[in-house]
Design a binder for this molecule. Sequence first.
Ligand code: KIV
Ligand code: NA
Length: 271
Amino acid sequence: PLKRLTIPAIRRQKGQVPLVMLTAYTVRNAQLLDPHCDMLLVGDSLGQVIYGLPSTVPVTLEMMAAHGAAVVRGSYHAVVVIDMPFGSYEASPEKAFESAAWLLKQTSAAAVKLEGGTAMAPTVRFLVERGIPVMGHVGLTPQAVNVLGGYGARGRTPEEAAKIVADAKAVAEAGAFALVIEGVVEPIAIEITRAVACPTIGIGASVECDGQVLVAEDMLGLFDRTAKFVKRFEDLAAKISGAAETYADEVRSRAFPGPDQSYAPRAGTVD
Ligand code: KIV
Ligand code: NA
């Protein structure tokens, strides 16, 4: 089996073969995705994808810990990164350290991810200097949906573009080992990728990043909401519906269970 990758190995891959990252929330998805990925992200997108919540804002540390532990148990190759949920880190570096340390103790994951730019840079530095690797996340930051007003692409005005680039630089200079760039026009992704020393991981940020991430359920065709930047590599929703339909038909017609799925009495036993 492949040995688990390390944070420094991820960092060194900037400008090399693009880094591959997918979300995972459950042990079975982790097992299936792990051999193909450099990193697995236990994203707070699980709020919508697994729990049907309207945004990531209600997601708790306890939810992240439960899913994070499952993903670590189901993987042995990829670096597992866990999102810090809204409310668990913004108030102060000390609060962030307490939350992040608890998450890593509960799960044995390698690193945390948190959203934000210049305002969060001191927090990123505080965690990294105390032994917690941090992945940044700039551009479209879904935990700020109530401030941003929606999930549209960011950085379409020169002012907003300059702010996103400044955010990225601040988080990278504070010691982030990698940086998710979400929902920005290509020139911003290019500028950030050239400006920062750590790898950039794009989602809706063009092919110019040092790696890519998608929500696994989106690329598998399992989730009903999809952004422009999602490519469906499979249509699992159709396969699951089809299997359920066939099962229902076979139960109702008594075609299932057949002899192969039934226990025959063994000769010589009595009960
Ligand atoms: O929560 C999530 O899935 C994410 C990725 C889409 C980057 O933050
Ligand atoms: Na997230």
